[in-house]
Design a protein around this ligand. Sequence first.
Ligand code: CO8
Length: 258
Amino acid sequence: MTTVLYDLADMVATVTINRPDALNALNSDVLADLDAVLDRIRSDQPRAVILTGAGEKSFVAGADISEMASMTVREAQRFSQAGNAVFRRLEALPMPTIAAVNGFALGGGCELALSCDIRLASAKAVFGQPEVGLGITPGFGGTQRLARTVGIGLAKEMIFSGRTIDAERAWSIGLVNAVYEPEELMAAATKLASGIASKAPAAVRAAKAAIGLGIQTDIDSGIGIEATYFASCFETEDQTEGMAAFVEKRKPAPFQDK
Ligand code: CO8
C-alpha cells in the first residue's frame, strides 16, 4: 500500500494521502487504499484520526481528472459510487476525525475534508469545488456536505461559480475551525487529537453519534437521541471514575474505555 500511509501513535491514527506528484489526486488506487486503511482503523480503534496530504503543496487536488476524462456514464457512476462509499465509511467512523488541510483542497479534496468531523487549515490552503469548469458536478458528496456545513447560499455560490477561496475566507464561513502557519498545522492537529484521545472514549463516540444522527432529524427526535446516548454513558466505568474524581476533588485516572 503506497498511495495512502497509515501511522498509529499514542491512540491517534494519522492517514496521509500519498501521491504528491499528482498533488494527491484521488484515483481508483487511492480510493481502494483508503478503504483498506479504514478497515485497519476499525480494527485498531484509535481514539482520534488525522487525515492529511503528503508534500507541502496539496491536501488533495480532487479526483484524478486524467482517469475520469474518458469515462462512460456507467463508469462515472461506478467511480462516484466507489468514492462516495469510502467517504461515507470515513464519515461514519465512530471516533472523531480531523482533516489537516495543508494545501489545495479542491473538488474531491474539499469533499474529503468535508467527510471529516473537524477541519484545520494551513494559511496556504485553498478550497473550492471547481467541477463545473470541467463540465461536471461535484460527485463525492460536495453538493450535500458543503451545503450542510456552510449553508445553502454559500455552497451554491462556491459550486456554481467554481471559485476558490483561501484559508481565511474558509474560516470566516465556518468551513474550517482554525487556520495555522503551515509549519504549525500538524502539531495543532496532533494536539487537538491527543486532547480528544485523553477524554472518555465512549462519551466522545456517543457525542459524535448523537450529533450525526440528530442533525438528520427534527429537534424533538434529536433530543431523544441525545438522551439515549447520554444515558448509555452511565454503563461505563469511565463515567464512574470521571464523576468520582470530580466529587473527590482529584484528577481522574486515565480513561480505560470501559
Ligand atoms: N487530477 C489529476 N492530476 C492532477 C490533478 C487532478 N485533479 N491535480 C493536479 N494534478 C497533477 C497535474 O496534472 C500535474 O501533473 P504533471 O506534473 O504530470 O503534469 C501535477 O499534478 C502538478 O499539478 P500542476 O502542474 O497543475 O500544479 P500547479 O501548481 O500549476 O496547479 C492546481 C495546481 C491549481 C491545483 C492545478 O493542478 C489544478 O487545477 N488541478 C485540478 C484541480 C481540480 O479541478 N480538481 C477537481 C477535480 S474534479 C473532482 O474532484 C470531482 C470529484 C467527484 C468525482 C466523481 C466521479 C465521477
